[in-house]
Design a protein around this ligand. Structure first.
Ligand code: N01
Length: 552
């Protein structure tokens, strides 16, 4: 249904709307926004397309799905009893455990009473006269609210390339981000996996253990570092929980990534530059971070993504590690990433990924120079050769950051379409608001640092800011807030300037929108760090909402 046919719902609340705020999406950020706004006395309804809470973790239930940020960090910090009482079983929790956690949070804070599940929002239109948002769902249900909070996720809208012949393929098709709820059995089957990003790196070792044969179609090899996942022993848990307040404080005071916990010891990012260290110290630092596992290599030197020499050195170091993990040197060479700076595409944390290629039932097909031509009824065609398959797994990623927003028909002042306005790349102020779209907020939106920081923490930070802002507006009888064009222009200029000073623009990553054919190639994340982001964000509210227009 188009926006033109969207009728005005009957006025219900004092302000003439059904709710003060509608939050869209029941992931980490949306659940917190609901909790926080409700606590401030606002009437909130959360609409969620899935049948349960979880957001990204609800949909990404592929074999091996687990987070690559430490469990003690990738969790809410707003309630000390919650973080003290919840016991994580592993350093990096798997998808089912994250779902148990988020369900526990939903029950503990009685969030479900204000969530409507199985409700996909398709249209959001701003009504200028009433300064509110009219929301419509796929089934035609309508809601109105003064504020609309898009907690729709960074990595949600799946990217599934339209290969010729796909419709005629007789086998089963899966996408890692739309995995069926029921168990998928690959026993005795010939399986193909397309893609070698984080989702593939996690699922390939497990699929290979089950399948009769696994064929991996690789366009760009990733840099993978052993995750070194391990159980969270009670000794470790207690030691960390005794210092939780300090850990959370540290987390708020670092710009990128988070803290790493090695045998209950906290490892922080190195604040010195590569040039400050001797060759021996550099090697020792790379080795230490590598052995700690997972994403710790991001924390090696403060200039690791801006200084080519430092970045090349780390890249060579990891390439050598990869070679050592694969017995067949020919296969190893195919798996070595080249031609783009390490860390400028997301690092992958793996468990037995490279070792899997030494199995007899696994083959690797390079589709960089000879791309997948298409599907036949029985398999995939590359360079004139057909690879017969019973099942295909698309581990082909996401239309990241913008996709979950542009697939909703969002109309601002004068019917302006967000999708059309973002055709040349998203334009936001602080990755949070858009000029021309009053009272619309985006959590972890394009132009925010969530993807290179800690999305749970950023969601909490933005949720708190939102609640304070709504309280302020209520107190000062303002009904509308909107980013100014000047503030938005300045933010985009700043984002681009910061990105240009890094090596990120060199990689064809989802950070650059470069993974989706036809998508504008611009930086989609803020690389200036959380501290600078928070400073600018708080400065806006401290200075009477500088950068925003508020109407009475
Ligand atoms: O997606 P991706 P993902 N023909 O975009 C390939 C987070 N995450 O779902 O690189 C052939 O990384 C594509 O090739 P190329 C994490 O932030 C976290 O794996 O574009 N291949 C690439 O290899 C991550 O970065 C966790 O050349 C095609 C792959 O598909 C983000 O989600 C776990 C193709 C897509 O990789 C996305 O990860 C999982 C084509 N036409 C995800 N099109 C953890 O916390 C695409 N590809 C651990």
């Amino acid at each position: 249904m188009s926006v033109e046919t969207l009728e005005r719902p009957e006025a219900a609340r004092a302000v003439g709307t059904d709710f003060d705020a509608i939050v869209i999406g029941a992931g980490f950020a949306g659940l917190y926004a609901l909790h926080r706004l409700r606590k401030s006395g606002h009437a909130v309804r959360l609409l969620e397309a899935g049948s349960g809470v979880g957001g990204t973790w609800y949909w990404n239930r592929y074999p091996g799905a687990r987070v690559d940020i430490e469990s003690h960090e990738y969790s809410y910090s707003f309630d000390d009893e919650l973080q003290q009482e919840w016991v994580w079983s592993e350093r990096y929790p798997a998808q089912p455990e994250l779902m148990r956690y988020l369900n526990h949070v939903a029950d503990r804070f009685d969030l479900r009473s204000d969530i409507q599940f199985n409700t996909r929002v398709t249209v959001a239109r701003h009504d200028e006269d009433r300064a509110c948002w009219l929301i419509q769902t796929a089934t035609g249900e309508r809601f109105s609210a003064r504020f609309c909070v898009m907690a729709t996720g960074l990595l949600v809208a799946p990217n599934k390339p339209e290969f010729p012949g796909l419709d005629g393929f007789k086998g089963r098709q899966f996408h890692t981000a739309q995995w069926p709820r029921e168990n998928v059995d690959f026993s005795g089957r010939r399986v193909g996996v397309i893609g070698t990003g984080s989702s593939a790196v996690q699922s390939i070792p497990l699929i290979a253990e089950q399948a009769a044969h696994l064929t991996v179609f690789q366009r760009t090899p990733a840099f993978c570092i052993p995750a070194n996942n391990r159980p969270n022993t009670s000794e470790n848990d207690q030691a960390l929980k005794a210092r939780y307040a300090e850990l959370r404080h540290i987390e708020h005071e670092i710009s990128f990534g988070g803290f790493f916990l090695t045998n209950s010891r906290i490892e922080l990012p190195t604040l010195t530059t590569y040039a400050d260290a001797t060759p021996e110290q550099r090697l020792a630092e790379f080795e230490r971070r590598y052995q700690s596992g997972g994403l710790n290599c991001y924390s090696t030197y403060s200039d690791i993504v801006t200084n080519r020499e430092a970045n090349d050195a780390l890249g060579d170091f990891v390439r050598n590690k990869i070679r050592q993990r694969i017995k067949n040197p020919e296969v190893a060479e195919k798996l070595i990433p080249r031609g783009w700076p390490i860390l400028t595409k997301r690092l992958c944390a793996d468990t037995n990924y490279y070792e899997t290629y030494d199995r007899d039932n696994v083959s690797l097909i390079d589709v960089k120079d000879t791309p997948i031509e298409g599907f036949t009824p029985d398999g995939i065609l590359v360079n004139g050769t057909e690879y017969p398959l019973d099942d295909v797994v698309f581990a082909t990623g996401f239309d990241a950051l913008t996709g979950s927003l542009t697939r909703i028909d969002i109309r601002g002042r004068g019917g302006r379409s967000l999708k059309d306005e973002w055709a040349q790349g998203p334009r936001t102020f602080l990755g949070f608001m858009v000029e021309g779209f009053p009272n619309l907020f985006m959590m972890n939106g394009p132009g925010s640092p969530g993807a290179v920081f800690q999305p749970v923490l950023l969601g909490q930070f933005q949720g708190d800011w939102l609640a304070d802002c709504f309280d302020w507006m209520r107190l000062h009888q303002r009904r509308s807030i909107e980013a100014t064009e000047a503030a938005q222009d300045e933010w985009i200029r700043h984002c681009n300037e910061v990105a240009e000073a890094t090596l990120f623009p060199e990689a064809n990553s989802w950070y650059m929108g470069a993974n989706i054919p036809g998508k504008a190639r611009v930086i989609l994340i803020y690389l200036g760090g959380f501290l600078e982001y928070r400073r600018r964000f708080n400065a806006a509210s401290d200075e009477g909402y500088a950068g925003f227009t508020l109407t009475a």
